[in-house]
Design a protein around this ligand. Structure first.
Ligand code: ATP
Length: 234
């Protein structure tokens, strides 16, 4: 579904990604794990069109997207749930959700999609008129995920959903991610919480200093000596 090939990305003169290649197969949960500053957000922002690669390519469903504007990429069916949620705190929960129905197609289906989001997170229906500034971290993450779903994506990219959440709440987010996959949404999950993420990933990649250093099935990487030592404290 998503094919990233030999990607080089810079922030000014500093190179953040070096020759990165990876693939996300339709229907899978694919993870990219790595430490702070490894380049994970840079990679997601390149896929969603916020950053331009210096070289390499990004293909989605067989079409090159690395020169497209972000709104066109979103229209093709890619949604990004940003690190730190990035809610509009002077707006209500419902207004934040509706902002995700950005394309004209999604706007037409807004009511129906909103009901699907409420089925996934019933509490958001109750909180609809409340200011987004009043939400707990877990509720805020629900709104961020719900907003990402409002564009009816085929591929959902999560940037560090564990950010600011207690482990139990992150486990709940993982359960939501599994449900979305069951509903036919492909997942690209970018995380620093390596253990929990590898447990759930069909396929996973490890990013270090802007380069992919390991790849394999999530469960296999959990047993990898290098991963155990560097990320699992074993
Ligand atoms: P985190 O988990 O902290 O978000 P990350 O793996 O997502 O880390 P990136 O945010 O992609 O990493 O950052 C990769 C590298 O690029 C880091 O060295 C970072 O300091 C640098 N970087 C990121 N954004 C910019 C920017 N706008 N300008 C300059 N350097 C940047």
């Amino acid at each position: 579904m998503l094919e990233i090939s030999n990607l080089d990305v810079f922030h000014g003169k500093s190179q953040a990604l070096r020759d990165v290649s990876l693939r996300v197969n339709e229907g899978e949960i694919v993870a990219l794990v790595g430490a702070n500053g490894a380049g994970k957000t840079t990679l997601l922002n390149t896929v969603s069109g916020l950053l331009r690669p210096a070289s390499g390519s990004v293909e989605f469903l067989g079409k090159r997207i690395d020169r497209l504007a972000p709104h066109k990429i979103m229209k093709l069916g890619i949604s990004q749930i940003p690190e730190g949620r990035k809610l509009f705190t002077d707006m209500t929960v419902r207004e934040n959700l509706e902002l995700g129905a950005y394309t004209s197609e999604a706007w037409k289906r807004k009511k129906e999609t909103l009901e699907q989001v409420y089925q996934l997170f019933p509490i958001l229906k109750e909180r609809g008129r409340q200011s987004a500034s009043k939400l707990s971290g877990g509720e805020g993450q629900m709104v961020a995920i719900g907003r990402g779903l409002m564009s009816n994506p085929r591929l959902c990219m999560f940037d560090e959903p564990s950010y600011g959440l207690a482990p139990k709440l992150f486990s709940e987010v993982i359960e939501v991610i599994k449900r979305l996959r069951e509903q036919g949404i492909t997942i690209f999950l970018v995380e620093q919480n390596v253990r929990r993420t590898l447990e759930v990933a069909d396929q996973a990649y490890v990013l270090e200093n802007g380069q992919i250093v390991l790849e394999g099935k999530g469960k296999d990487l959990l047993q990898d000596e290098q991963v155990k030592k560097a990320y699992l404290g074993l």
